[in-house]
Design a protein around this ligand. Sequence first.
Ligand SMILES: [Ca+2]
Ligand SMILES: [Ca+2]
Length: 109
Amino acid sequence: MARLDQVITNIVDIFLEYADDEGKKRQLNKEELKRVLEQEIQSPELKEKINAGDIEEAMEMLDKNHDGEVNFREFCRCVCDLAKCYYHKKTGKGCKKGKGKEQEGEQED
Ligand SMILES: [Ca+2]
Ligand SMILES: [Ca+2]
């Protein structure tokens, strides 16, 4: 498989694997969200962006329609935000944390 093929199928497969685990199918509840963040994100800079240790905050950040669960659309947004975060790190612009309330315009090295 080409790299983007892998990325796309991975996003879908990972979401379904965790979302269908318990509770509602195709929705991540807090426990499922915690698991997916803990197990599928290892890079420290991405971990610091979405903190599985404070699952209330992570859920609040991701649950855009406020139904208490993370659906596929919300999950995609999360992955996309993390990609942007990594992009900004890589291009030297720093990473806006959480809702961007702090370290706006922070420059690294
Ligand atoms: Ca579920
Ligand atoms: Ca939701």
